[in-house]
Design a protein around this ligand. Structure first.
Ligand code: ZN
Length: 325
């Protein structure tokens, strides 16, 4: 007899976000220590919904003892600093997330995006619109100092049961999933979502490193890794649970193959910038979706380059891409 996938001590809490993705799922693990896995954005409706959900189970924010952050996007981690102040809870996340939770994260991020967008050939007026979006995103999060780093293979106790930490970079460089082999249960965060293809976002290199991460390449490798795991149910960061993770991963890999094929087709025999490719593939995007499109095209170009199907050369800091052969 296999055990029920979702243990009695684990509860999904749906919190509203101000973002197009819609609500975020955070998870409450009851028992010692009382733990929240992701915390929601720094946003009044989310704060109220969290308080109500905790109180429905007889807890207060002050009772929280541990906060696990799966990655540093505002919809997942925005309230962490505030909850930590109110409860004294210990904050745990992957070490790769530490720099992006720090006070100076935003300045470093801004400098990087200015550079990478220039490299992608993004025109100045689009850059202005993008920086306004970034600025408004900042309202929904706050720097926080983590207490402890989690690494791939670490074992955590939630509600008296052992869970494994999986470091699955891609959507974000520090993204972690939590896996319980006995129940065949995965908390998949934004690594695997049922109804949305998670976008590996362009991110700055870690402080002290210069090479730009290849998030889509990492993401596809981590999808293949998770496909190997024995999983009955995956509880994601957004949307409903996933019951057939292998079929879904297969779909995602096929989707990225198809997108890469379209990037190659768009290139034809020309040498194009990321901006030119993104504008041809996805015309008339608003700034948020334009940023996602740029991220995605960079991801696909880096992947195609690793496979020696495209190459790039730089002229005055702008990259021009062409097909190989
Ligand atoms: Zn995310």
């Amino acid at each position: 007899m296999s055990e029920p996938a979702i243990p009695d001590h684990l509860h999904t809490i749906l919190l509203p976000t101000p973002f197009p993705v819609g609500p975020v799922n955070v998870y409450l693990a009851e028992g010692e220590p009382l733990t929240l896995i992701d915390v929601g954005p720094r946003y009044d409706p989310a704060r109220r919904a969290l308080e109500a959900a905790l109180s429905a189970r007889g807890h207060r924010i002050a009772d929280l003892q541990r906060l696990i952050l799966t990655h540093t996007h505002a919809d997942h981690c925005g309230l962490a600093a505030e909850l930590k102040r109110a409860s004294g809870a210990e904050v745990l996340t992957h070490a790769a997330n530490f720099p992006w939770l720090a006070e100076d994260a935003d300045a470093r991020r801004l400098a990087f995006y200015a550079e990478v967008m220039g490299w992608a050939g993004v025109p100045a007026e689009v850059l202005v619109a993008l920086s306004q979006v970034r600025h408004s995103m900042n309202r929904y999060t706050e720097p926080v100092v983590p207490d402890r780093a989690l690494a791939d293979g670490d074992v955590l106790r939630l509600g008296g049961e052992e869970w494994q930490v999986l470091h699955t970079p891609g959507h974000a460089g520090g993204l972690i999933c939590l896996y319980q082999p006995r129940r065949r249960l995965l908390l998949s965060s934004d690594h695997l979502l049922r109804d949305i293809s998670s976008n590996p976002l362009v991110e700055p290199p870690a402080p002290g490193e210069t090479e730009r991460p290849r998030r889509l390449v990492e993401y596809m490798a981590q999808l293949r890794r998770v496909a190997e795991l024995d999983i009955a149910l995956a509880l994601p960061g957004h949307g409903p649970p996933i019951t057939d993770h292998r079929a879904l991963i297969h779909e995602r890999l096929a989707f990225h193959e198809e997108r890469a094929r379209r990037v190659l087709e768009t290139l034809g025999d020309d040498a194009l910038t990321v901006h030119e490719i993104a504008s041809a593939l996805f015309p008339d995007l608003d700034p948020v979706n334009y940023f996602l499109a740029i991220s995605e095209v960079i991801g696909h170009l880096q992947w195609l380059e690793v496979e020696s199907r495209v190459t790039h050369s730089e002229q005055s800091g702008v990259a021009f891409w062409r097909r190989v052969g």
